[in-house]
Design a binder for this molecule. Structure first.
Ligand code: HEC
Ligand code: HEC
Length: 373
């Protein structure tokens, strides 16, 4: 086994276990990292040994595809895999999954012009056994998968603001573009919890342009996640360094952007107002942002205050999109700029809750902080 494969398998195993560490790795969902490969052998391609139906998938997209499968079926990796031996075919469910992948890819190729219209989730909906009887109560689908996003439901609805108005109101609500521009660095500290687990001290260092380091102080040592404006990685308490998956870099860049509000219109090529919707008692406006480079972003703004309540984004995988939802609340003003002190980050099966208590801005942040170990 090459080092690269070993490190992928090692990180994959960590994700599969319901111990503390996988949750901590999930923290990287903040910078959107769960599993990735060892840095030392970056140039080397991972050597998967037993790919039959996904052999044409670019190597760094295999793990995102596996995350997508796990989330769609609501299972852990070990539902299909023998621990430490991902190439083995010992489990029947892996064979079934292979046939399912073929079936799904064939459906999309032959019936839907190659679009990822039918995915594992289409039938499985978070369960290993799909249901075949319609449910009485249904839950609304993401806008991003309804192709209706482009034939804009909102068009011609006079009671909804224009995308420009939504963005302007957001910038004003945050503190105005001059105040936002004035912040070049931010240091935040507080507590983070993973699911129902205990809280740990966390520090987040952000620095323009697009750099962020998040440090969680665990009993075993520090867990660090860094994005340096182009690349990202994480370091475990044991000193193991892993690169961020390519599928997660765009999201990490959004998180690292202190000037997100004023950059919104240049980051995304197209902004559409889709509808008004209730989010936790707040009337919200859904703004749908699309860019040429990455998957779309759904932004929910408080209609009254103009502030961002929720962000929904999607990491690409060959089999479908992996969703991340971030809820922002408890906004407080620092140097004329509003900062959300409570952030809840949710991915299928995993939740990360960050409560910040201290925020200081425009303090010197050493560039070494963002240098790869
Ligand atoms: C529902 C079943 C299923 C689940 C759950 C699943 N996988 Fe897989 N995995 C497969 C199948 C099927 C293949 C083989 C694909 C092929 O033949 O091209 C595979 C292949 C792999 C490989 C390549 C192994 C090799 O060397 O050939 C790795 C690594 C892997 N999976 C990791 C993971 C990880 C990590 C998770 C959890 C996040 C996971 N898988 C969850 C079905 C699954
Ligand atoms: C068109 C609908 C459909 C799609 C799409 C689909 N499945 Fe399935 N899948 C089913 C049905 C129906 C069953 C249950 C068969 C049974 O009950 O015996 C099933 C069963 C399975 C099982 C066996 C579960 C068990 O309990 O052993 C696995 C594993 C599986 N699917 C994986 C996948 C994966 C991975 C994908 C995406 C690549 C996928 N499926 C896409 C309909 C689908």
């Amino acid at each position: 086994m090459s080092n690269r494969t070993r490190s992928i398998v090692r990180s994959a195993r960590v994700v599969g276990l319901k111990l503390l560490m996988p949750s901590v790795l999930f923290l990287c969902a903040f910078a959107s990292l769960i599993t990735s490969a060892n840095a030392q052998d970056k140039a080397e391609q991972p050597q998967f040994k037993n790919l039959q139906v996904l052999k044409d998938v670019p190597p760094d997209q295999l793990i995102p595809a596996m995350q997508f499968i796990s989330a769609s079926l609501g299972v852990e990796c070990e539902f299909c895999h023998v621990r430490d031996a991902f190439d083995k075919d010992d489990k029947q469910s892996k064979g079934t999954a292979r046939r399912m992948i073929q079936m799904t890819l064939a459906l999309d190729t032959n019936q839907f012009q190659g679009e990822r219209a039918v995915t594992c989730y289409t039938c499985h909906r978070g369960s290993a056994k799909p249901v075949s009887i319609p449910m009485v109560e249904s839950t609304a689908a993401y806008v991003s998968e309804a192709r209706s996003a482009t034939d804009s439901v909102a068009q011609g609805r006079s009671n909804l603001p224009s995308p420009d108005e939504v963005v302007q109101k957001y910038i004003q609500a945050i503190g105005g573009s001059a105040a936002v521009q004035n912040v070049s660095s931010r240091l935040e500290s507080g507590t983070v919890t993973f699911g129902d687990g205990p809280g740990f001290p966390v520090e987040i260092f952000s620095k323009s342009p697009f750099r962020q380091a998040m440090i969680v102080h665990l009993p075993a040592g520090d867990s660090t996640t860094v994005f340096d404006s182009r690349n990202g990685w994480s370091k475990s308490p044991a000193g193991l360094v892993r690169d961020m998956l390519r599928a997660d870099l765009e999201a990490a860049k959004l998180d690292a952007d202190i000037q997100f509000s004023i950059n919104l219109k240049t980051t995304f090529q197209e902004l559409n107002v889709i509808r008004a919707e209730k989010i936790n008692e707040h009337e919200a406006i859904l703004l749908f942002a699309t860019s040429s480079s990455g998957p779309p972003l759904e932004l929910y703004f408080d209609r009254q205050t103009g502030l961002l309540l929720r962000q929904l984004r999607f990491g690409s995988s060959p089999l479908g999109l992996n969703p991340t939802q971030i809820d922002y609340s408890n906004y407080k003003t620092f140097d004329g700029v509003q900062v959300p002190l409570h952030r809840v980050i949710r991915r299928p099966n995993r939740t990360l809750d960050i409560r910040l208590s201290h925020v200081t801005q425009n303090v010197p942040v050493d560039d070494a902080m963002f240098a790869r170990p």
